[in-house]
Write a protein that binds this ligand. Sequence first.
Ligand code: KIV
Length: 264
Amino acid sequence: MTITIHDLAAFKARGEKFAMLTAYDAQTASILDEAGIPVLLVGDSLGQVVLGYETTVPVTMEEMLHHTRAVARGARNALIVGDMPFGSYQVSVEDGLRTAARFLKEGGAHSVKFEGPQVELVERCSMNGIPVMGHLGLTPQSVHLFGGYKVQGRSDEAADRILRYAKELEEAGAFALVLECVPSELGATVTRALSIPTIGIGAGADTDGQVLVVNDMAGLSTGKLPKFVKRYADVAAVISDAARSFAAEVATGEYPGPEHSYGN
Ligand code: KIV
C-alpha cells in the first residue's frame, strides 16, 4: 500500500521511528521499496554520488526530473520526495511553485523538498496541493555561504534561529522536516517542539526519522565520509571483487562457459 504524508504523521503520533533513504534509479528504488523503506528521497546529492560534481550546486532540474522518473518507475509503495535543485526556487516564489509542480506532474514524485526558511513557498505549495518537506541545519546548497560542510546551530543564537524557522515551516504547512548536521540536543528540541515528523541526518537519536544517502549507507561511496554515516555493507568491495573475478575469467577463457552460450 502506498505510503502517504498522513502515514508519516501517524508514525510520529505512535512514536514509531522510520527510515528514509535516497534513491536515484529504478533498480535501487525497487530494492529499497521491497525492503519496506517508506520514504525515498531523490536527493540532489545525485550531483555528487551519481554525476560526479563537487557539490550539489550545479545539479539541474532536467537531471533531477530524469532520475525522479526512474525512481517513480521502480518504487511501488514508498512516498517519493523530489529534491528541488539550487536556483530553481530561490529567485521567486513563482519559480519555486512551477518547479514543485513539475516534480509531481513530470517526475512522478508525491512531494518535494527544498532547503532553508522558504516559508512563503511552503505556504503556496501547500495551498496548491503540493506536500513539502522542509530542510534546515546544514543545507548543502549553501555550502559556499557556510564555508564548508560544518555542523550548524551550535551557538544559542543559531539554535534559536533554527527552532524558529522550524516552527514557521510547520505553520506554513510543511509535512516533515529534515534536520541536517546539528547538535543532538537541538535535534531533540526541534522534534519535541513540532507536531510534524523530523527526519535527522547527523541530528542525533531523538528525531522521528533518520535519513542517509543510500550510496553511503550501503558502502558504495568511498573516501572520507561524514561522522554521521554508518556503512551497513561494503558494496564497493563486492563490485570490485566481482569485476576482478569477471576480468580474470575472461582472461583465462573460463567465462563464458557452455551454460552462458547459445547452440544453433
Ligand atoms: O540530497 C540529499 O541527499 C539530501 C539528504 C542528505 C537529506 O538532501
